[in-house]
Write a protein that binds this ligand. Sequence first.
Ligand code: SER
Length: 320
Amino acid sequence: MKNILVIGSVGQIGSELTLELRKRYGNNNVVAGFRSTKPVGELLESGPAEIVDATNIDQITEVVKKYKIDTIYNLAAILSAVGESKPLAAWNVGIGGLMNCLEVSHEYNCALFTPSSIGAFGGGTPLDNTPQDTIQRPQTMYGVTKVTGELLSDYYHKRFGVDTRSVRYPGIISNVTLPGGGTTDYAVEIYYEAVKTGKFVCPLGKGTFLDMMYMPDAIDAAIDLMEADPTKLVHRNSFNVTAMSFDPEIISAEIKKHLPSFEMTYNVEPMKQAIANSWPNNMDDSCARKEWGWNPKWNLEKMTVDMLKVISDKHAKGLI
Ligand code: SER
């Protein structure tokens, strides 16, 4: 039986990943680590929760010792758009936090998952069918932390044998916890606004293609990679994974199929647009498929039906 610590358990991915890990490995075996925002509801009630600030190595160590943790999911991060206004904080959380996790994982023999991102690309990366191994010279602080994180994670694996693994997540679309400060967040917000107001002002321009993924696939990616047979892994930090690629026109048209009066207009935010322009239009994730069986289940059509249903239900109950 695994004993797992999720750092960043109240975030967009952490809040859903923690619950799924509890379902698979047992409620008491998955600790929800949080910093300032305490978990609420099912996340708090279904299993242990502890204060774990990624930038505080003593807090990580204490919890790892107390719960005999053998696997850490390190999800603490400051996303791309916010990272541009707070570069030092983005570095301290992204890299300070990762170094702490790597050191603790080395000392206490933990496996460690730390997501990378499409943000790790840029600066000469081929943007179509972006290869697994290619140029990575990102122009955002977020991207700099992600490339550095990939290198550090591979270093600790090769030098000390730490079982580090990672995926380069595309934009993650979900309906439980909102993302914050990312460039791909528009693809979540558009569903909420479509249900609540029937209108959406898009911060990215027509023709801005980005890789995206629905949360259930994102969670499967993390857990399946951590469960993968290590002898099959040629790569480790980090695997391209994607499920779909679309631009604002395509997602808007898909929503319109269900909400015909939905209207989208544009008010392009130059910083977000510049970031999006430097990221892949669509990644080649064949290494993930071959090395550990990555196979996403959700496409834009199926995801849109589910997103609109869940968000409409919440809206009808006055929850949003
Ligand atoms: N969703 C992230 C962002 O937009 C990318 O990994 O910052």
